[in-house]
Write a protein that binds this ligand. Structure first.
Ligand code: ZN
Length: 282
């Protein structure tokens, strides 16, 4: 009987029940050629027995039917088939989800980077300044005749609540209640003004925008309830009056600048324009 040893290796065992002895002697002859043995598909002998029952009477030369150099060539395609089947069946739902999540994170990161590049490019086109170029006043400076009582930045402790390390998003001027505040912008700019109450301590707040500064919001906090001129104005017009509303240690004027929704250190030139009404030149 034909015996399969490993993959593609054929041998003969003694069996007079299945094959006649003439077959047993005939088959080894035809398998002497390694080429011939390699050409026989391993699955063409599906009912062959394992090598454990190989007969001791088998001739020695039968063992070299498939030279070692041929065996890897026979084995390789079979192993590859096994690998492919395993890979396809191994794609489980959790693995698919993980792949999708990783892809989403990578795509999200790329979109974020693209968005930042577009923002920076747009900023350059519209004349927006970089934060590094902003000249902002510090505590003790004099701006338009008023002393800066608190600068922009992180405060070690909030002056009212005592909370540590809180950001101060504006520049405070020691200005008395009733100081007129002007629309910020270049000469001839149309500006918009919005007056609103800030529940978080800002009191009466005035937001203003100007044609020449797209993406900018100039903000005044702790304003007087009365005198806010909501709606359209022109740069240099009085739009509101400072006050002492909201959470604070006393009367002062708090000026802030947002660019594209983010607080930035307020440039001195904008604060001067807000407190004097002088139009901006650049
Ligand atoms: Zn302040």
């Amino acid at each position: 009987m034909l015996e399969k040893i490993g993959r593609g290796e054929l041998s003969i065992i003694e069996s007079d029940a299945v094959l006649p002895s003439s077959s047993a002697t005939h088959l080894p002859k035809s398998f002497h050629s390694p080429v011939r043995a390699a050409a026989i598909p391993s699955d063409s002998q599906p009912n062959l027995r394992p090598p454990a029952i190989q007969a001791s009477a088998m001739p020695q030369h039968i063992h070299i039917h498939t030279p070692p150099s041929v065996s890897p060539n026979l084995d390789q395609p079979i192993e590859d088939d096994d690998d492919i089947k395993f890979s396809i069946s191994d794609i489980s739902l959790p693995r698919l989800i993980m792949t999708a999540v990783c892809a989403a994170v990578i795509i999200g990161s790329l979109l974020y980077i693209a968005d930042r590049i577009i923002s920076i490019t747009t900023g350059v086109i519209t004349g927006q300044e970089s934060i590094e170029d902003i000249i902002t006043p510090i505590t003790g400076d004099i701006v338009a005749g008023y002393t800066v009582s608190d600068e922009y930045g992180i405060r070690p402790f909030h002056p009212v609540t005592g909370e540590p390390n809180v950001p101060h998003n504006g520049v405070d001027l020691a200005a008395p209640v009733g100081t007129p505040i002007y629309a910020v912008g270049k000469a001839g700019d149309k500006t918009t003004v919005k007056c609103w109450w800030d529940e978080d301590g800002g009191g009466w707040v005035v937001n203003q925008t100007a044609e020449s500064y797209p993406g900018y919001v100039f903000q005044s906090l702790h304003m007087s309830e009365n005198g806010c001129k909501e709606g359209e104005s022109a740069a240099g017009e009085v739009i509101a009056y400072s006050g002492n509303s909201g959470l604070g240690t006393g009367e002062h004027y708090d000026f802030r600048v947002k660019i594209n929704g983010e607080y930035v250190p307020p440039a001195t030139k904008y604060l001067e324009s807000a407190i004097t009404g002088q139009p901006l030149k650049e």
